[in-house]
Design a protein around this ligand. Structure first.
Ligand SMILES: [Zn+2]
Length: 448
């Protein structure tokens, strides 16, 4: 039989090997594989990042589906021709998981599914759903288990709680199924009061960070998200009724093109290193104040000082911030550096002044804020961008209100995500939340 193996770690070392077809031992089943599904875990196993002590050669990949070919002695549960999925945590049959049940996992401690035949314990198989193809069934074992573990075992969901799903991959699709089940289970949208269901599709964030808006990866992610949303809306139409539900959809930020993409297209784009900037700023402050390590970090464009060290050394914090601003403003990648507590009296143009003021919270924020030149991206990721840029690529986000009592149309004026809550409150004729700072988007509210 043919199988894909690694003899040493690294995707480049995947190779097809000719191996004897294994014989099922007592309690085992021989499965002829029909489909194997790939996930991120497989990549990091193959690259040696998960189990560096993995015994090689190894057949990777943790999910798959196939057909029972032969059963070993004592197996009555399965017969040749049965369609089965390969269980990921092979010895976890029921009840809570604990570390000992994790000892044998497909594609990790046990042989994986990238093979024509696999011998496996009869208990480690699950019947494939009849409405799914082998390819479809092969994607379920790990994602279904992950969604179940997160929602049921870890979160302990109970009636009345809101389900939040992250990502648009297999795990979130499974979680989306649970959310849809909640429509029935909790009778959402069928009582006197307004019910509220939030779903977080966070995969657009991760993929946006890694690959940027012009990538095939983000296109693929949005095509899938679009399908998932259509499916959810159809379900809402069926269960709650057309025109009886109101949707709002938004995002916490956008995404920048990757530096590689920008350079390829002759646009300004460069990776900056916050840690290098911390080092050079600390050297400068040490020259001036004779105390080392006054800056702890620069993150999300904020400079975080070691306030305890500053006060215990009886230094003047205002003087340190002023020296830091002077130094940072002279760096080529920086357009503005400002002591946030003095932004009102600083020559910072609107609307940046308001944004900086809005993003400042004394108990958590750094004390000096940096605005980098457009296209300067913090180099936390090998590709893609971080957060907290004022530029439209990061702040221009979806803002969709749809459904019950919404007057259709498009708006080109600036609206903010903080306008959603007061708009919904206005539609429901209720008081807006106590911390609400947004404005009602009056254009969507129909005339009486
Ligand atoms: Zn993000």
């Amino acid at each position: 039989m043919k199988a894909v193996q690694i003899k040493q770690f690294g995707v480049e070392h995947l190779a097809i090997a000719d191996l004897p077809v294994p014989k099922p031992a007592k309690g085992e089943v021989l499965v002829r594989m029909k489909a194997a599904a790939l996930q991120y875990l497989d990549l990091i196993v193959i690259n040696g990042a998960v189990m560096p002590d993995l015994k090689l050669p190894h057949i990777p990949v943790s999910e798959g589906a196939g057909i029972v070919e032969e059963t070993g002695e004592g197996v009555s549960k399965w017969k040749p021709g049965d369609r089965v999925m390969i269980h990921f945590v092979q010895e976890w049959i029921a009840g809570d998981s604990h570390p000992s049940t994790n000892a044998i996992r497909t594609g990790l401690q046990a042989q994986g599914t990238l093979t024509e035949y696999i011998c496996i314990s009869a208990e480690a198989l699950v019947r494939s759903p009849i409405n799914l193809t082998d390819e479809e069934a092969s994607t379920l074992p790990v994602s279904g288990l992950t969604a179940w573990t997160n929602l049921v075992t870890l979160a302990g969901i109970r009636a009345g709680q809101t389900v939040l799903t992250q990502g648009t991959g297999g795990v979130s699709l499974a979680a989306l199924q649970f959310a849809k089940a909640a429509l029935d289970g909790y009778n959402l949208g069928r009582g006197e009061a307004t019910d509220f269901l939030t779903i977080n599709f966070a995969c657009t964030d991760g993929v946006g960070h890694m690959y940027g808006p012009n990538s095939i990866e983000i296109e693929d992610t949005y095509l899938r998200l679009d399908k998932d949303l259509a499916n959810l809306f159809q379900t809402l139409d069926q269960k709650v009724g057309k025109g009886q539900w109101l949707l709002f959809l938004t995002a916490d930020h956008g995404a920048a093109n990757t530096v590689g993409f920008m350079q390829e297209h002759k646009l300004p784009g460069e990776l900056t290193s916050p840690s290098r900037l911390v080092d050079s700023l600390n050297r400068r402050l040490n020259e001036l104040f004779q105390v080392s390590g006054l800056v702890r970090s620069i993150s999300n464009n904020m400079v975080n000082f070691d306030v305890n060290r500053i006060y215990s050394s009886a230094l003047d914090f205002d003087a340190i911030k002023k020296a830091a601003v002077d130094f940072l403003q002279r760096q080529p990648e920086i357009v503005i550096a400002v002591d946030i507590s003095k932004v009102g009296e600083s020559p910072v143009p609107e609307p940046l002044k308001t944004m900086i003021g809005n993003s400042y919270y004394f108990k958590r924020s750094g004390s000096v804020l940096i605005v980098a030149k457009s296209g300067q991206l913090e180099g936390f990721y090998r590709t893609g961008t971080s957060h907290s840029k004022w530029n439209p690529y990061d702040t221009h986000i979806p803002f969709i209100l749809y459904g019950w009592n919404i007057k259709p149309g498009h708006l080109n004026r600036t609206v903010n995500m903080s306008d959603i809550a007061p708009t919904i409150a206005a539609l429901l004729h209720i008081q807006m939340g106590s911390g609400s700072v947004g404005q009602v988007v009056t254009e969507v509210i129909p005339a009486k």
